[in-house]
Design a protein around this ligand. Structure first.
Ligand code: BGC
Length: 269
């Protein structure tokens, strides 16, 4: 594979599984030194396994434990990354989770937990990245931008999702966070975009595709007629971090096999 991002450094939050792990592997294959973030002691082995696969393939990086919803932990992770590698080029603001519930039964704890990780976590990480990018400015020969942030959103930044109000609210919030800071920092040559994945086979939605019967129902929502895989997201993340997309900022790229095309209307309306 062409090493499109040779020598750059990225933090990928929530990289011990799912889309985060897929992005870490894709970036590493493109020449990036990756910080494989994971949240707690219990996720350390999984993060290490991701890093081991990366280093076995000739890639570089380290694992780093940090709960993205905690300000002091986030600040420590960004400071240690710069201490270790001297520079930061890319943030994949990915860490996210679901705690689903019928709305009338949704506890404040479930609401706060999802908003805390998915939205506040992206705020805290983006703020640290921006502070570093502003200080660094454009480094000649590295990238045309002074820094790149890719926020992992979802099709649910635009598709309402009954039974998942906390999650959908967090993704709608990520969209406007992303667009507002893209506007604020475009003059500083910092690009901020989002990826809106549809149904991608990861632990977060395992029940939606684990049996052929479940997968068949899920496919009714996907005109392209296959459930996505993390590699579908990783390749777009690499491109969005590269100079090939230098004129794109403030956009969500949906990577969803057409889930946002209102598939119910193909035979109705
Ligand atoms: C959710 C998945 C879901 C997909 C499509 C994602 O953001 O995390 O659980 O399968 O959206 O609905």
């Amino acid at each position: 594979m062409e090493q499109k991002l040779q020598g750059q450094v990225a933090i990928i939050t929530g990289a011990s599984s799912g889309i985060g792990a897929g992005c870490a592997k894709a970036l590493a294959a493109a020449g990036v030194t990756v910080v494989v973030n994971h949240p707690v002691e219990a996720t350390k082995a999984a993060a290490q396994a991701v890093l081991d696969e990366i280093t076995a393939g000739g890639g570089k990086g380290m694992i780093y434990q940090c709960d993205v919803s905690k300000e002091d932990e986030v600040q420590r992770m960004f400071a240690d990354t710069v201490k270790q590698y001297g520079v930061l080029d890319i943030l994949i603001n990915n860490a996210g989770l679901q705690r689903d519930s019928p709305f009338q039964e949704m506890t404040l704890e479930k609401w706060n937990f999802v908003i805390g990780v998915n939205l506040t976590g992206q705020f805290l990480c983006a703020r640290e990245a921006i502070r570093i990018f502003l200080k660094q400015g454009i480094i000649q020969g590295r990238s045309r931008a002074a820094g790149k942030i890719i926020c992992m959103s979802s099709v649910h930044e635009m598709i309402p999702w009954a039974g998942h109000a906390n999650y959908a609210a967090s993704k709608g919030g990520i969209m406007m966070l992303m667009k507002s800071i893209a506007q604020e920092f475009a003059p500083s040559k910092i690009r901020i975009n989002a990826i809106g994945p549809g149904a991608i086979k990861t632990p977060i939605n395992h029940s939606a595709w684990e049996t052929p019967a479940a997968e068949k129902i899920l496919l009714e929502l996907i005109p392209y007629n296959r459930v996505g895989v993390v590699e579908d997201i990783g390749s777009v993340a690499v491109w969005l971090a590269s100079d090939e997309s230098d004129y794109i900022t403030g956009q969500t790229i949906f990577v969803d096999g057409g889930m946002t095309l209102f598939p119910g209307f193909s035979t109705n309306g």
